[in-house]
Design a protein around this ligand. Structure first.
Ligand SMILES: [Zn+2]
Length: 380
């Protein structure tokens, strides 16, 4: 029998980010790494697996940590060391945003997962539970959703975590996901690139995967989580609703404005948030790196869809209000007669102004809030 030909290497670096001195915990970390490595080697022999373990003891092993800087540390190490993925490990609790506690946070945009061993216990089984948790996070980084069996079962309680193999279907999905990624990174193919071309090439290397990543962030839910952004949009909408002149201007906008104004406003709002919130800063390195470019494209796309959703919501609300208000009241108060086209124009105007207000409000969010919201796929 011919032995399996090893095509490409996939490297998943593990980073210990806290100053752990407890020998039991350290041993469990290294054991967990070995378990994960063995499973991946068995299940995916078409790739050759690398799993370096690096100690970057930057945090004290005390108190809860904010996952965002940990993920950024992971992204930086990953890019610097030319890994494909990184797992950032800490013994600390992680500050949750939506849940009571969180065991781990995968970020497929950064291709990094932050994992806490705080709730995994200190007994013999801790290494296996950690390995199971890491497999779950890797599954997310490789584009898998939750499933009723295998590592993608969402762990309700940490004690439930058990090492299992990826079922056949997921195995195939992972291979399809990893194959293009494991090929040579773009910057290794040609030494000098024009920035613009570089981003376009990065996108077209694997457009489907990038679009799926953006879609996976369900950016239309963004307004639900970002209070200040939504408040700014809501205030602008209410204010304009109560202003007779807004009805007048909105319903008389000419055709070109009708079409180009919303596109321009959404793009402008996205740019304002992207740069206002330092979203593009995924690594300190200045050199063009495909992975960093990919992350920026995913973040920008997610924000763009999010702002389009804000526009859509305000549009629908304005449309409803305009249709529900009795025509006679409008005619008396604002002095206009609204036909259907005028109502559509008015809703368009409201949504366009609202989306710009949302961008201003979004820039008042705590630094890192939008980033965390957009970067992490879930709280496990
Ligand atoms: Zn999950």
């Amino acid at each position: 029998m011919v032995s399996q030909v090893v095509e490409t290497t996939v490297s998943v670096g593990w980073i210990l980010a806290a100053d752990v001195v407890d020998a039991t915990i350290l041993r469990a970390y290294y054991q967990a790494r070995d378990i994960v490595l063995r499973i991946l080697q068995d299940q995916f022999p078409e790739f050759s697996w690398e799993m370096p373990f690096v100690e970057r003891r930057v945090y004290m092993p005390l108190g809860a940590l904010d996952p965002l800087p940990l993920a950024e540390l992971g992204a930086e190490e990953k890019i610097y060391r030319h890994w494909d993925y990184a797992i950032v490990l800490v013994p600390n609790e992680l500050n949750p945003r939506h849940r009571i506690f969180t065991l781990a946070l995968p970020s497929s945009a950064l291709e990094v997962a932050v994992v806490s061993s705080a709730r995994l216990g200190h007994d013999e089984g801790a290494a296996e539970r950690l390995a199971a948790l890491v497999l779950h996070e890797l599954g997310h980084l490789w584009g898998l959703d939750h499933a009723p069996e295998g590592p993608m079962v969402p762990p309700a309680v940490p004690e439930q975590l058990q090492v299992t193999l990826f079922p056949r279907e997921q195995q195939e999905a992972i291979i399809a996901h990893l194959r293009p990624i494991a090929d040579a990174r773009l910057e290794e193919q040609q030494p000098r690139w024009n920035i613009f071309l570089f981003y376009i090439r990065t996108f077209f290397l694997n457009p489907r995967e990038i679009l799926l990543s953006i879609w996976g962030y369900t950016p239309w839910r963004m307004p639900l989580y970002l209070g200040r952004l939504t408040a700014a949009a809501a205030i602008s909408t209410i204010f304009l609703l109560l202003t007779a002149e807004a009805w007048e201007v909105g319903s008389h906008l000419p055709g070109n404005t009708f079409f180009f104004a919303p596109l321009g406003a959404i793009l402008l709002a996205t740019l304002a948030l992207f740069f206002g919130q330092n979203m593009g800063q995924v690594t300190r390195e200045i050199a063009l790196r495909e992975q960093a470019a990919r992350t920026r494209i995913v973040l920008f796309g997610t924000l763009l869809l999010g702002m389009s959703a804000v526009w859509g919501v305000i549009y629908v609300i304005s449309l409803l209000i305009a249709f529900l208000l009795p025509r006679s009241v409008l005619a008396q108060w604002a002095g206009i007669n609204l036909d259907t086209l005028a109502v559509l124009r008015y809703a368009n105007f409201m949504a366009t102004v609202g989306v710009l207000a949302a961008a201003l409000g979004g820039n008042l969010e705590e630094e890192g809030d939008i980033k965390a919201e957009v970067l992490f796929d879930e709280e496990t």
